[in-house]
Write a protein that binds this ligand. Structure first.
Ligand SMILES: [Cu+2]
Length: 129
């Protein structure tokens, strides 16, 4: 009886440890890709220097996510499509407030162009392989 109780107390920490290992391993497997929206995004000259979204082009694997961080003082959107042709409906953050984030998970391969509907010069690309 005493032996049984003792062995179950050993099993609990082992199970907790094993759970943490699985969580850490799965976070590594689905590393989050981050894109920063900097202050200079509100200035059209960011389009010339390619610094409206940092980085302006990211490549990820199917099933992975991209998180956009609005690290600027302005509001922005992350909208798939182009300003000329309009949103294509794949993803749309709507307004992302200063300091907020938007995350989208990509479930199909392809090249996804996106823009900011408030600052049309802000464009970026997500390539899903
Ligand atoms: Cu914007």
């Amino acid at each position: 009886m005493n032996k049984k109780i003792k062995s179950s107390w050993v099993k609990v920490p082992a199970l907790v440890l094993a759970t943490f290992v699985v969580i850490i391993a799965s976070q590594d497997a689905f590393a989050e890709t981050e894109v920063i929206i900097p202050n200079e995004a509100s200035d059209p000259s960011c389009a010339e220097s390619g610094s409206c979204f940092l980085p302006g082009e990211v490549t990820i694997s199917v099933g992975e996510s991209v998180t956009w961080h609005n690290d600027s003082f302005a509001i922005h959107t992350v909208t798939s499509g182009s300003f000329e042709d309009g949103p294509d409906g794949v993803f749309d953050s709507s307004i992302v407030m200063a300091g907020d984030t938007f995350t989208h998970t990509f479930t199909e391969t392809g090249q996804y162009e996106y823009f900011c509907s408030i600052h049309p010069w802000m464009t970026g690309t997500v390539i899903v392989v």
